[in-house]
Design a protein around this ligand. Structure first.
Ligand code: M6R
Length: 603
C-alpha cells in the first residue's frame, strides 16, 4: 500500500508531486510527505494526517525545485506520525527514499546499522533503505542501490534521490507496482497511472528488479547487473478526465454512474470485435477437469456470483477461494486445473501469491484485471482486461460490475465448449448480456428513491443482507459495500441460514435487505422476509416485488426483467447506491474510508 510519485523536469516539481499524490491518496492516507533538492540539500516536508495538511504546510512555507519525490502512506510499521511519514533520509541527509511495500528483514538490517552507531529517526521498516544506502554509498548511486536491494527481503517500489547526482531520480521495484511516465516537460515515477495522466499517457511499466534512471530529458533502464535495457513505451487509453471527480461529490458516485458506459465498453471488447478473436475465443476449457476462481474482497464476490453462473451453464463444480486462504492451503490442483484470478488493481499481494502458487502446481491461469500492465495481468498465462477505466474510490463498483460481465461471457464460452449450451441458447444469453448496460441506466434513474430511503437508515445498529443462491452471492457484496464506507455493522446470510442462529439477532431497529431475483426461490425468501418483519425488523426488498405490498415495515425496489443468472449486475447497482447514500448521509469520507486502502499490496 502507499503511493509514490517522483518528478524531474523543467517545471516546478512541488505542485506536480502534490497533484500526483492527490491521485494516489486512495492507496493510503494517514500521512504524506515530499523531498525536493534545493540549494545543495534536501528540503523535506512531511505531515501526519491527510494530504491537505501537507498542502497547507507547503502553502504557508512555499518551496520549489525541478526534482523531487513524494509519498502518501498507509501505515504498516509504526504509527502515522510526522517522523514515520516518508520520504526518509539517511543519517547524513545525502540520500532520500520513498518506499511502497514491506521490508521483512528490516529489524536485522537496522540492528546491524545501529551497532555501527547509526541513529534511526523513525519506527518504519522503510528508513533502513535510506540508512543502508548511505552506509554503502561510495560515489555511484546505482551501484549502491543494487547493493542495498540485494540485502532486502520483502517487497518494494522505491523512488530515490542522491545529493551528489541532483539531476537524477532512480526507481526500482519488486512485487509492488511502479510506472515511468514521459512527458514533454519531464519524467515521472508513480505507483499508478492516474498520478501522471494530467501530464502524459506515455508510460513504461517497470518489471521486478529493473532500474530506471530519470533525468530531465531522458529515461534509461538497466537490469540488476547494470546492463542497459530497451523497454516498450506504452500509450494509455484512459483520459485525464477519467481520473477526475468532475461534477460529482465523490469518485464512488461518479464510478457508480459510469457503469452503463464501462459495461458497454467491456462487453464490446469481448463480443463485438468482428473477426478479431479475443482471448476468450481462443481459450479451450475442454482440456481441464476443474475450475477454481480466486480473489479478494469484491473481486472474490464476483467469483462467488460467477460460481453460480458457471455451475448452472457448464454443469461443473467450481471452487471459489479467498486468495488469502488459497495461497496457504496446499490446494488440490494440477495441470488439469484452470484457475481464474480476478483483480481490479492486478497488484493485490494475496491474489499475486495465489496465482504464483497455482502456477507452481502446473495450473493454467487466466486473470481478469482492470489495470493494464499490472503484475497479475502480466504473470497470468492469459489475461482479459475489464474496460472500467481508472477506479479511484476505495470501494469497488464499476470494476466489480465489469468483472461480472466478463465472467458471464467466459461461462457461456466454456458451456459451449463442453457441449452444454446450444448455439441458439448461447446467442440468447449473449443478447441478454448486451441488455445489461441499458437496464443499469434505467435503474440509475431510481437514484432519488434510493437516496431518500438510505437517509432513513443511518440509525440502524445492524443491517443484514439476505438472499438465496445467486442472490446470496450478491448479498455478500451489498454487505461489504455498506460496511466499508458507512462503518455500520452488517452481515450477509443465505436466507435459509437465518433460522440456524442469525435470527436471534433480529429485533426492533434492525434492517434487513432482501434480494429476490430467483423466481423459483421467491416464496422462500418471502418467508424469510415475513419471519424478520414479525420479529421487529424493517425490510428493503430488491428484485421481484410483484406479490408484496409496501408497508411501513416493507419497502421495495423492483429490478428490470433479466435472466436471473445476470441479475446480480442489476441488484448490485441498487446495493452500491444504497451503501453510498447511507455513508453520504453520515457525512463520511466515502472515497477514503478509515483504515482501508484501494490496493492491498501487503499481507
Ligand atoms: O484490486 P483488487 O480487485 O485485487 O482488490 C481486492 C479487494 O481489496 C477490493 O475488492 C476491496 O475489497 C474493495 N475495497 C471492495 O470495495
Amino acid at each position: 500500500m502507499c503511493g509514490i510519485i517522483g518528478y524531474v523536469g523543467n517545471e516546478n516539481a512541488v505542485p506536480i508531486i502534490v497533484e500526483g499524490l492527490k491521485k494516489l491518496e486512495y492507496r493510503g492516507y494517514d500521512s504524506a510527505g515530499l523531498a525536493v533538492y534545493a540549494d545543495g540539500a534536501f528540503e523535506v516536508v512531511k505531515r501526519k494526517g491527510r494530504l491537505s495538511v501537507l498542502e497547507k504546510e507547503i502553502e504557508q512555507n512555499p518551496i520549489s525545485s525541478f526534482i523531487g519525490i513524494g509519498h502518501t502512506r498507509w501505515a504498516t510499521h509504526g504509527n502515522p506520525t510526522d517522523e514515520n511519514a516518508h520520504p526518509h533520509l539517511g543519517h547524513q541527509s545525502k540520500i532520500a527514499v520513498v518506499h511502497n511495500g514491506i521490508i521483512e528483514n528490516y529489524k536485522q538490517l537496522s540492528e546491524k546499522l545501529t551497532a555501527k552507531g547509526i541513529k534511526f529517526s523513525s519506527e518504519t521498516d522503510s528508513e533502513v533503505i535510506a540508512q543502508l544506502a548511505e552506509y554503502y554509498y561510495k560515489g555511484d548511486i546505482m551501484e549502491t542501490i543494487i547493493e542495498v536491494v540485494n540485502k532486502l527481503e520483502g517487497s518494494y517500489a522505491l523512488g530515490i534521490m542522491c545529493l551528489d547526482e541532483p539531476d537524477t531520480l532512480i526507481a526500482i521495484k519488486k512485487d509492488n507496482p511502479l510506472i515511468i511516465g514521459v512527458s514533454e516537460h519531464g519524467q515521472f515515477i508513480a505507483s499508478d497511472v492516474p498520478a501522471v495522466l494530467k501530464h502524459t499517457n506515455k508510460i513504461y511499466h517497470l518489471n521486478d528488479k529493473e532500474i530506471a534512471v530519470l533525468s530531465e530529458g531522458a529515461v534509461q533502464f538497466y537490469n540488476i547487473d547494470k546492463e542497459p535495457l530497451q523497454k516498450p513505451l506504452e500509450t494509455i487509453t484512459w483520459s485525464s478526465e477519467s481520473a477526475e471527480k468532475g461534477r460529482y461529490p465523490h469518485f464512488m458516485l461518479k464510478e457508480i454512474m459510469e457503469q452503463p458506459k464501462v459495461l458497454s465498453d467491456t462487453i464490446n471488447s469481448v463480443l463485438n470485435r468482428g473477426n478479431n478473436k479475443t482471448i476468450i475465443d481462443n481459450l479451450d476449457f475442454s482440456q481441464f477437469n476443474k475450475l477454481v476462481i480466486t480473489a479478494c474482497g469484491s473481486a472474490y464476490h464476483a467469483g462467488v456470483v460467477a460460481k453460480n453462473v458457471f455451475e448452472q451453464l457448464c454443469r461443473i463444480t467450481v471452487e471459489v477461494e479467498l486468495a488469502s486462504e488459497f495461497r496457504y492451503k496446499d490446494a488440490v490442483i494440477d495441470d488439469k486445473t484452470f484457475v481464474v484470478l480476478v483483480s481490479q488493481s492486478g497488484e493485490t499481494a494475496d491474489t499475486i501469491a495465489a496465482m504464483r502458487e497455482a502456477k507452481s502446481k502446473g495450473a493454467v491461469t487466466l486473470s481478469i484485471v482492470n489495470v493494464v500492465g499490472s503484475t497479475i495481468a502480466k504473470e497470468a498465462d492469459f489475461c482479459i482486461y475489464t474496460a472500467a477505466g481508472p477506479e479511484i474510490a476505495v470501494a469497488s463498483t464499476k470494476a466489480f460490475s465489469t468483472q461480472l460481465v466478463l465472467l458471464y461471457v467466459l461461462a457461456i464460452r466454456f458451456a459451449v465448449q463442453l457441449g452444454k449450451l446450444s448455439q441458439g441458447a448461447e446467442q440468447q444469453l449473449i443478447s441478454e448480456i448486451k441488455t445489461i448496460p441499458g437496464k443499469a441506466t434505467d435503474l440509475l434513474k431510481q437514484v432519488d428513491f434510493i437516496q431518500k430511503y438510505a437517509a432513513t437508515c443511518v440509525g440502524y445498529k445492524n443491517v443484514f443482507f439476505i438472499g438465496r443462491n445467486i442472490d446470496y452471492a450478491i448479498a455478500l457484496e451489498g454487505s461489504l459495500k455498506l460496511k466499508e464506507i458507512s462503518y455500520m455493522h452488517s452481515e450477509a446470510y443465505a436466507g435459509g441460514e437465518l433460522k440456524h442462529g442469525t435470527i436471534a439477532l433480529i429485533e426492533e431497529n434492525t434492517l434487513v435487505v432482501a434480494i429476490s431475483t430467483c423466481k423459483r426461490l421467491y416464496s422462500k425468501i418471502m418467508s424469510n422476509v415475513r419471519q424478520v418483519i414479525s420479529r421487529g425488523a424493517k425490510v428493503l426488498l430488491i428484485g421481484d416485488c410483484s406479490a408484496s405490498e409496501p408497508s411501513d415495515k416493507l419497502s421495495y425496489i423492483s429490478l428490470p426483467e433479466i435472466n436471473e443468472l445476470f441479475s446480480p449486475s442489476l441488484s448490485v447497482v441498487v446495493l452500491q447506491l444504497f451503501g453510498y447514500y447511507v455513508a453520504a448521509n453520515k457525512g463520511l469520507d466515502i472515497d477514503k474510508p478509515r483504515n482501508l486502502a484501494k490496493c492491498v499490496t501487503v499481507e
